[in-house]
Design a protein. Structure first.
Length: 58
């Protein structure tokens, strides 16, 4: 699995996406940090998981 962050200019992590090893479009989870909330990316700091069905869609 790969973890890719969205960063601000001062290198604060706003959002971190975790991808499977199958491909970059295969997002498994997302975590929004307090810096992400402060910058307006989300209303609260939290993590979400994506569950895939048999067709590999979420």
């Amino acid at each position: 699995m790969k973890s890719l962050p969205n960063l601000m200019a001062n290198d604060n992590v706003l959002i971190r996406y975790t991808h499977s090893g199958l491909g970059t479009d295969d997002v498994l989870a997302v975590y929004i940090s307090e810096a992400g909330v402060t910058s307006g990316m989300a209303l609260e700091s939290k993590g979400d998981l994506f569950l895939k069905n048999a067709l590999s869609s979420v």
